[in-house]
Ligand binder design. Structure first.
Ligand code: 291
Ligand code: CA
Length: 160
């Protein structure tokens, strides 16, 4: 606790506010060391981190792996977040599944919590539910979305 410091300088160098912890962690993303840890598998957008491990699997597998890691499948909610997802797809030259699907009701795409999506970036002509079996969403290296069979094996991309 701050109040437990003695009078003789344990508080640190001149100018040190003694706020290590509570305050500095807010600026983690500004640290060059933190940015280094996101290279080349992660992207920071605001207070969200997108991260891949390079693992590939079907939708259920990827969804489970992200949750076990304490996150969830990438669910971009605006252009800036989608651009971060696109950059990871582009860098790895592998498409990813989003945490978005219409498994529950055909044609109604929702997040993993069941709420309707607030943002989308469909490729023209998509979603088309091709062959009647496309309930999951993949992102191309253009950043555009395509509905795709949840049984395909794509690159994992989680958000934290
Ligand atoms: C066509 C389009 C897409 C559809 C895709 C999949 C391909 O794009 O009809 O809407 O999602 O086919 O059916 O599935 C497999 N397994 O290749 C083809 C190229 C992008
Ligand atoms: Ca499709």
């Amino acid at each position: 606790p701050k109040g437990d410091r003695g009078p003789t300088g344990e508080k640190g160098a001149k100018g040190d506010t003694g706020d290590r912890g509570e305050c500095q962690q807010n600026n983690l993303e500004l640290s060059p060391y933190f940015l280094a840890l996101t290279f080349p598998n992660g992207k920071i957008v605001g207070d969200k981190i997108f991260m891949t491990s390079g693992y590939e699997g079907n939708f259920d597998d990827l969804k489970k792996k992200c949750m076990q890691a304490g996150g969830q499948l990438a669910s971009p909610r605006n252009n800036e977040e989608n651009a971060a997802v696109q950059q990871i797809v582009f860098t790895h030259d592998k498409s990813v599944f989003l945490g978005i699907n219409d498994i529950q009701t055909e044609g109604k795409f929702t997040y993993l919590d069941g709420k309707p999506i607030v943002y989308s970036n469909w490729q023209p002509g998509e979603p088309n539910n091709d062959k009647g079996i496309e309930d999951c969403v993949q992102v191309f290296s253009t950043g555009k979305w395509n509905d795709k069979s949840c049984d395909e094996r794509l690159l994992i991309l989680c958000e934290f």
